[in-house]
Design a protein around this ligand. Sequence first.
Ligand code: NAD
Ligand code: DAU
Length: 357
Amino acid sequence: MQDGKLYFVTGGAGFIGSCFVIDTLAQNTGNVLNLDKLTYSGNPHNLDSLGPEAKARYNFVHGDIGDAALVSRYLNQCQPDAVVNFAAETHVDRSIADPSAFIRANVAALGVFLETVLNWWRTLAPEKAAAFHFLHVSTDEVFGALGPDDPSFTEQTPYAPNSPYAASKAAGDHLVRAFHHTYGLPVLITNCSNNYGPRQFPEKLIPLAILNALAGRAIPVYGSGGNIRDWLHVQDHCSAVHLALQKGSSGQSYNIGGKSEKTNLEVVRNICLLLDEMRPDAGGSYQRLITMVKDRPGHDFRYSINCAKIERELGWRPEHTFAEGLRETVLWYLNNESWLASVQTGEYRRWIAAHYS
Ligand code: NAD
Ligand code: DAU
């Protein structure tokens, strides 16, 4: 794509943001500025695969989206065509342990960020201002939980967030929407389901299960293991975000889902079977390590996304099946054990010890 645009990405050192940065620099001629606070889940090594040509079009800024002076300086300097906001606190269990960190990052800092972008956007010439997009990456968790036979979430499903994380993301979405309605800021919101793929921080189910299996540790499954998630490959997510930026209508939200609903027990069993094949263990199948543990408080039973709108209006389709995507993902972790070792810092070990003890 010869777009030559400047993308102001936030949270681009995290799991999904780094995939978006890598794909953007690979697929078009644009430039990326990545503003990231480098919290425990932000990792500059997630961008190590950028080659010299891509690196020449990439800049990293260490900072907080809530730092108005810093953000304003870089907006004025680089005059972006789009802001793509991935920055957030993202782990549901951590939000249960410490909700205020989520309110600070996902609501308060986002509010400051929106105001800073708005103030800069108002200085633009009319043509540039009209072409600009503020794309906010959100989650299906804002819609609450579904029963086994309920219809999937659509863009019209009322918000009913259940965890402090989901509530903070819902509040953020409302702020984004309000900045469009009140001030005319051209915004897009995407609400996607559970992502999986390379470089996901191993506090989330899939990388945690792989890492624990490889270390011979228990693979913890909450409650009955019957909770259902709708798994979306991270590259399919990023291609949807790109399409929304290219063709989305200002003020609209788009649901993005993988059409791969699985129970948690199915997911961890599949991971064990793949590991049995790729890295057989003398002690027998990795399934012996699956351990049912105390349930997550307020654990949402099922998420399921109806993505008919983005398919119909923007022509998006997920390209990965869960079976192929999970196989590739397991293989990536097997081939990147040094990455896995490098993210298990003191902070990671502290969280695991506190949460699973
Ligand atoms: P992640 O935790 O891997 O990465 C988050 C990134 O944001 C990190 O690099 C972190 O350093 C950065 N960050 C946090 N607070 C910041 C701040 N105040 N200023 C600047 N940078 C900050 O998360 P992820 O899984 O990549 O999620 C990215 C986005 O996608 C989030 O908004 C999340 O809510 C949303 N989302 C994630 C999933 C999923 O399954 N992972 C699904 C739906 C939506
Ligand atoms: O649906 C989108 C959301 O998906 C994103 O908005 C969040 O940022 C992302 O973290 C994810 O939230 P979940 O809570 O669904 O993801 P997690 O990987 O933490 O858990 C997936 C399922 O697995 C969930 O039902 C809880 C369960 N689980 C999780 C962990 C960490 C376990 O059974 N054991 C575990 O140890």
